[in-house]
Design a protein around this ligand. Structure first.
Ligand SMILES: [Zn+2]
Length: 48
């Protein structure tokens, strides 16, 4: 099981690894600082 935290760039929609963000908080591809954490599937939803 891999538990790597990955962020996504808001601009180019590419995945940015958590390791990279320790150095710089910006996208290595387009240089954008708009990064967000994609929702993980750990939350259980109850369908109503
Ligand atoms: Zn980007």
């Amino acid at each position: 099981m891999t538990t790597t935290t990955q962020y996504k760039c808001f601009e180019c929609n590419k995945k940015v690894s958590d390791e990279y963000l320790r150095k710089k908080v910006r996208c290595p591809y387009c240089g954008s600082k708009m990064l967000f954490k994609p929702r993980t599937a750990s939350t259980t939803y109850k369908a109503r």
